[in-house]
Design a protein around this ligand. Structure first.
Ligand SMILES: [Mn+2]
Length: 214
């Protein structure tokens, strides 16, 4: 089976983003050389290097990639002198586009997936459908204004923006937890587990829909 990969360049007056993704892990030589601020974290099966300019967003996208089984290189040069909004939103939009392009037609995959992830006292649930109909309902219940340099109000916006361009239905709920860092991180990990399940190949060359098309 060939790996499902994509490379994306997204440039606006607000952000300039490069992404390389493989939904099936492996090396990503195309971007590894360009992401020199942080060293890529390379394991036997994955290469992950996220440099959005926002540390906590990097941490969340790294967790998403790790537990989805992706290899991911993301570099963003954004207008952080204004605030974190454009950078966080555009990274999520570009990542959604890259995911959709790498996945290709919704054929021969599970389509539905769900995941639960605890992080200490926090527990999150994510349910996804590779529906080709963007829809996100996100309930994180975060109380802080910021986590690191990322506004808490941007965290649901990141999920929504990813779902928009990925073309997926996504329900993410933090079920419990008192620490906002734990709540947010468990939500990204739950989404990763759900996406990994939904994109798992069935070995059949079938569209998983009664309509015959997605
Ligand atoms: Mn926005």
């Amino acid at each position: 089976m060939s790996r499902r990969t994509a490379t994306i360049n997204r440039n606006t007056n607000e952000t300039k983003i490069q992404i390389a993704i493989s939904l099936d892990g492996g090396s990503l030589e195309s971007l590894d050389d360009k992401n020199t601020e942080h060293a890529a974290q390379v394991s036997a099966t994955q290469s992950i290097n996220v440099n959005s300019g926002i540390g906590f967003l990097d941490h969340m996208l790294h967790a998403l990639a790790k537990h989805s089984g992706w290899s991911l290189a993301l570099k963003c040069d954004g207008d952080l002198h204004i605030d974190d909004h454009h950078t966080a939103e555009d990274c999520a939009l570009a990542l959604g586009s890259a995911f959709k392009e790498a996945l290709g037609p919704i054929v021969g995959v599970q389509r539905f997936g769900h995941g639960y992830a605890p992080l200490d006292e926090a527990l999150s649930r994510a349910v996804v459908d590779l529906s080709n109909r963007p829809c996100a309902t996100i309930d994180l219940g975060l109380k802080r204004e910021m986590i690191g340099q990322l506004s808490c109000e941007m965290i649901p916006h990141v999920f929504e923006s990813f779902a928009q361009n990925a073309g997926i239905t996504m329900h993410v709920d933090v079920l419990k937890g008192s620490n906002d860092h734990h709540r947010a991180e468990s939500a990204f990990k739950a989404l990763a587990i759900a996406l990994k399940a939904a994109t798992t190949r069935t070995g059949k060359n079938e569209v998983p829909s009664t309509k015959g098309v997605l």
